[in-house]
Design a protein around this ligand. Structure first.
Ligand code: ARG
Length: 232
């Protein structure tokens, strides 16, 4: 039985939430990134083309777009959590992440405790683990719909500090204008791992996705993708 039997519409449809550089973002009209490259390997393995749909992160992390069959996969730099696992079939982890606290240079801040002590405004991206984390720590964060809006919120002073996945923050800091003014003041070691999401119970597809991820790690393809997007 060919790979096409494992997907809904004769092609591999992936739901994601832009912009989340370097995992998925627009380069001109094209959606590119780390996750896109990983999913490309899956599409090749199945012998189908890849189609990417950009939607909010909330129906991705809830599993709604997977259970409805709108998308075969969800690839969005999405952290595997026990809560999400209830409604999503996750692949093996393909990326390790933590949360970073980004603030203006010279802020003197070194921890979330400092943010609280100074009663500063903290921003986070809606529906994400970073948002949930600071809420659990007792903050009432300003929510931004996506990561570019969150960075803009910091740049315009709407938020004094922001929390976001470290690899995303590291990518922002490659831009000279961001690096000139902002710095990571704390890394919150949340021990997160990203997984590709599938419809709960679709173990036939998750078996293939896991084989692709593990195969790429074993044969050097994963390292090539990593170097392409992180440069080291
Ligand atoms: N890793 C975080 C989470 O799972 C953030 C993911 C946001 N992804 C995105 N493509 N906007 O909650």
């Amino acid at each position: 039985k060919g790979g096409i039997a494992l997907v809904n519409a004769g092609k591999l449809t992936t739901c994601t939430h832009l912009q989340f550089q370097p995992f998925q973002f627009n380069q001109g009209a094209k959606v590119v990134g780390f996750d896109v490259d990983v999913i490309d390997l899956v599409a090749k393995r199945l012998g189908v083309t890849q189609d990417i749909i950009d939607i909010d992160f909330a129906p991705i992390k809830s599993g709604a777009v997977l259970s409805s069959g709108r998308c075969d996969l969800a690839a969005a730099g999405m952290t595997i959590t026990d809560e999400r696992r209830k409604n999503i079939e996750f692949s093996v982890p393909y990326f390790d992440a933590t949360q970073a606290l980004l603030a203006r240079k010279g802020s003197g801040l070194t921890s979330l405790g400092d943010v609280k002590a100074k009663n500063l405004k903290i921003g986070a991206q809606a529906s994400t683990t970073g948002l949930e984390y600071v809420k659990r720590k007792g903050f009432d964060p300003i929510e931004f719909a996506d990561s570019p809006k969150e960075l803009l919120g910091l740049q315009t002073g709407q938020a004094d500090v922001i929390v976001q996945d470290l690899p995303v923050v590291a990518t922002w800091l490659k831009k000279p204008d961001v690096r000139a003014k902002y710095e990571v003041v704390a890394v919150l070691d949340t021990g997160e791992r990203y997984g590709i999401g599938m419809k709960k119970g679709n173990t036939a597809l998750s078996k293939v996705v896991n084989e692709v991820i593990e195969g790429a790690k074993a044969d050097g393809t994963y390292d090539t993708i990593y170097k392409k997007w992180f440069g080291t």
